[in-house]
Design a protein around this ligand. Structure first.
Ligand code: ATP
Length: 591
């Protein structure tokens, strides 16, 4: 097939903003494409070489593409850069320069040689795959080879594609429309094509199956371990009452962890991880891979879950930003893993020991998950309750927030509760607190205990147990574990600093339901900032004041670096002050 056919179609598509017209042009192109290269034509039209989850990008550095354009058109690089600055698009620049060259050398240009789709694709694959010394020159050569036989119009699209800027504005859904129209009856068959796309999001592959076997073939496409499935998403409703009603009065409520969604494809030899956007994350989370290997005893499976960083010393969940720098990193991962490990909270299983689980109801999937996974330090099940009681659900929501989660995801437990890949529907409904405010004021809290350090903090304290003062009861009531904001020096100095204050057991004026490893005389006051105040079932600060059975806690507390030597423990922030801060925070949100 001639690349000219593609370039002509692209030009037509560029000339319209109407989706229906775009679809028609695509249908026309697909119909005349030979079946054996239809996958390549689809990828090229998307500006790619493979589906995204393969993780191979064409994206040649613009600098190199400029060199190739200069060589192919016989002008200086400086001239190309200048034009690029004016046009803002290397495609147009290539087109213009080649036009001029061809006008000048009409006779020396071999018009017999025609560029095929196969040749363009082949050179692109080589460009993407060439590495190591001398690779830049090789890439330039491969591109020049294409420009030398390309028409100016073809050069426009080659240049754009090679630098990753084809941007025809064709969404995946438009390609699905076109495929269903080109090889099926359009509307009715579109459903099957879309289903196949949701469990096997590779448009080139689907096109090939359609072209070879028709809609029947597409209906037979199955889930495959190693090929990502489009993630099921949650709808939202504004209140827990409405959610419960929508769910038919009873549902599962799971913690909504605030981390990174991970779809894990596990076989005996290999585990591959995908993000919510189906990017391959395998190299960034070797720790997750070995953790799953330990926890899963079956042959093969696809799991859905959320990876969340944890503080090794407090055991508490951390904000996701703490591991976001793992993204896109291939080196130095080992060190990051030691410092901030992640826990994978599994909430679904989509495939298990050769069987498609997506068509089974939620309760069956959850049961299978619990049967085949053994919980470890690093792999856990999403915490959940199944309930029809609003009070119980509200308390569970508070607990989720206090435990560092965003809120809850309610899940339908009826027979219809299959895993709907790629869909955002009411089978899952999220309910979260969508505010995140830094506490305006700092707090002065009293150190009442400490926890033994782990990992890098071995030999010192990993975290301190902090309390607010309650003048009515003359007691110190716990409000958070503090493990962040210390310099290495400060950390190392902690045991000596508290040596003289060590007790055999909890001080009588300290009210704590948490067992610390070390207890201190409440004397030292530290300045702390936090993200917000939350209700907490474990901390004792202002217990029962705001809500029966709950105390208050500080979310994501951090030491400011300031020791408040000028304050006695009785001058620390009071439990009453914290209640006021909590209430004004709630009011702000309700406004
Ligand atoms: P948000 O920004 O609220 O996470 P989103 O568009 O990324 O929105 P939604 O489908 O609306 O995703 O919300 C569900 C998301 O919540 C999932 O993509 C997943 O990353 C996360 N999550 C955390 N815990 C759970 C859980 N127990 N069940 C399902 N999803 C969960």
């Amino acid at each position: 097939m001639l690349y000219r056919e593609l370039a002509e179609t692209y030009e037509k598509i560029e000339g319209t903003t109407k989706r229906l017209e775009m679809t028609d042009y695509l249908v026309e192109l697909l119909k005349k494409t030979p079946h054996d290269i239809i996958d390549k034509v689809v990828y090229l039209t998307q500006g790619k070489l493979y589906p995204d989850f393969v993780g191979v990008e064409l994206g040649l550095a613009e600098k190199l593409a400029v060199k190739a354009v200069a060589l192919a058109s016989g002008v200086s690089e400086k001239k190309v850069v200048e034009l690029l600055y004016n046009y803002g698009d290397l495609g147009t620049v290539s087109e213009e320069l080649l036009k001029k060259k061809r006008q000048k050398s009409l006779f020396s240009f071999n018009t017999d040689e025609k560029l095929s789709v196969e040749k363009v694709y082949e050179n692109f694959v080589k460009i993407a795959g060439t590495e190591g010394s001398g690779s830049q020159d090789k890439k330039i050569k491969l591109l020049v080879e294409l420009f030398n036989v390309a028409t100016p119009r073809e050069a426009r699209y080659i240049a754009r594609t090679v630098v990753g800027k084809l941007r025809l504005g064709i969404a995946d859904m438009t390609i699905l429309d076109a495929l269903a129209a080109a090889f099926g009856d359009g509307k009715e068959h579109r459903k099957y094509v879309e289903r196949a796309y949701n469990i096997h999001p590779d448009l080139g592959y689907i096109a090939k199956v359609l072209a070879a076997e028709g809609v029947e073939g597409v209906i037979n496409i199955q889930i495959e371990v190693g090929v990502p499935i489009r993630a099921m998403l949650a709808e939202r409703l504004p209140s827990l009452e409405e959610i419960l009603k929508k769910m038919g009065g009873r549902a599962a409520f799971e913690y909504k962890y605030d981390g990174m969604r991970i779809q894990a494809h596990v076989t005996k030899d290999k585990t591959v991880l995908y993000s919510r956007r189906l990017e391959n994350l395998t190299s960034q989370f070797p720790d997750v891979i070995s953790a799953i290997g330990e926890a899963f005893k079956g042959d093969n499976a696809i799991f859905d879950g959320e990876a969340v960083p944890v503080d090794v010393n407090t055991g508490e969940l951390l904000p996701f930003q703490m591991v976001s720098h793992r993204r896109g990193r291939k080196y130095g991962i080992e060190k990051i893993i030691d410092e901030i490990p992640v826990v994978l909270f599994l909430f679904d299983v989509l495939y298990l020991n050769g069987e498609d689980m997506t068509t089974k109801p939620y309760s069956v999937r959850r049961k299978a998950l619990e049967e085949w996974i053994t919980e470890t330090d690093r792999v856990k099940f999403a915490h959940r309750i199944v309930s029809d009681n609003l009070d119980e659900i509200r308390l569970f929501f508070d607990k989720a927030i206090a435990d560092g989660c965003e809120g809850l995801v309610a899940k339908n437990i009826g027979d219809e509760s299959i895993y709907r890949a790629g869909a955002r529907e009411f089978l899952w409904i999220k309910y979260k607190r969508d505010y995140r405010i830094e506490l305006i004021d700092t707090l002065d809290l009293v150190v009442v205990g400490a926890f033994a350090g782990k990992g890098r903090r071995k030999g010192t304290y990993g975290a301190l147990l902090m309390a607010a003062y309650n003048p009515d009861k003359d007691s110190f009531e716990t409000v958070c574990k503090l493990g962040s904001g210390f310099t290495d020096e400060q950390l190392a100095g902690l045991p000596r600093m508290f040596e003289g204050l060590l007790l055999k057991e909890r001080h009588p004026r300290v009210w704590s339901e948490i067992e610390a490893d070390y207890w201190f005389v409440p004397r030292i006051v530290m300045e702390v900032v936090g993200a917000e105040i939350t209700l907490s079932p474990t901390h004792t600060c202002a217990r029962d004041v705001v809500e029966h059975g709950s105390g208050l806690a500080i979310r994501f507390p951090r030491f400011t670096g300031k020791w408040r030597d000028d304050k006695s423990p009785e001058e620390a922030t009071t439990t009453k002050e914290l209640v006021e801060m909590y209430r004004s925070q709630v009011k702000k949100v309700e406004k």
